[in-house]
Ligand binder design. Sequence first.
Ligand SMILES: Cc1ncc(COP(=O)(O)O)c(C=O)c1O
Length: 396
Amino acid sequence: MSIGNTTRPKIANFAPMDYERFFSADVPSFLRSPVREIFRKVDLQSICSFAGGYPAAVTFPTDQIPGLAAAVLKKYGTRALQYGATQGVPELRAAIAARYGVPVSQVQITTSSQQGIDVCSRVFLDPGDIVLAQSPVYLGALQSFRAYRAEVRPVIAGKAGKSPIKFIYVIPDFNNPTGKTLTLEERKEIVALAREKDILIVEDSPYRELRYSGEALPTLRELAPERTLHLGSFSKIFAPGFRLGWMIGPEPLLEQIYVCKQCLDLCPPVLDQYMACEFLTSGALDANLVNTIAEYKRRRDLMLGLLEQYMPAGTSWTHPDGGLFLWLTLPECIDTVALYDEALSAGVAYVAGSFFYPDGSHRNTMRLNFSFIEESKMEPGIKLLATVLAKALNHR
Ligand SMILES: Cc1ncc(COP(=O)(O)O)c(C=O)c1O
């Protein structure tokens, strides 16, 4: 076929083969995300979905993107299209360092905070190692720890027998999935535990800047800078399509992470970094954040009011001070995994809470997202959910 020929090449037919034998010993430990499976099965636009964790598209600075791209190309020319440093472009590292008051040498740019989690897993975990984590735990972190055949134990248990504990993984602010925030006391306890056991802390902090009420507390990095890797993200304060985040931590740890990242992606996306840098240093990020916070605060308050109005007796929920999620706890007799198909047929989606527990327990819980659903669908959605739950409670 010559170039420019419009006829499609024929898809080669081949004899079936057994591919299983090619997979590494890690592959059986890979965990499929139930949330992404929901996305694959259902057109979430056609129902009232509280299932995903996407930011609201109205918070993206869509109108500013062409101007940002033009400004970056004018300022940096072909540098913006070239490979860049593995640690991230110096301008963005400097901007992050200035924003959080740390030396540039303690900043590594990541291709999103999910990569930050995975790099920590690669660098620190051997099969059989223990990660202490909050329970329930963010699914993407659980997937990563499992992929390296580490075991996840609740942070409160704190005991790990003979296996080495490598780090404590924690989301101190507006946790995914619960929306909860750790108190100062709890933060100090985690730091004390890490110091007592002489282990690291991986502080996952993609929601910290999305606070709608209450006062900000110190980060774990601020409390224990010598042993904390703090992961930040542009996903919820800029746009997740850029796949950009950062990591702040002690230089000797970042040095090893830098080597590890060389084989992952050579460098974070350069044009994206310059655009994020321009957005941040021009003040546009903070201006946009004011609107984003106002938008999410309204949605959070709306959802809290609707839950109060419609949920059947015996249901309780968290009252998050920020972030994108809240967490429902139902009477023990309700099984949110078993109820899921019925809810979907009724036109409403959620994520069963047990998916966020390594042992699949707590089947009477669910995660609800309030950032993504159209506001006009919020009330019909909560009403539908309340009806499904009330019916299940009446039939027990
Ligand atoms: C707690 C937590 N960590 C990390 C991530 C991944 O974010 P990013 O888009 O920066 O990879 C998410 C995404 O929802 C999250 O909830």
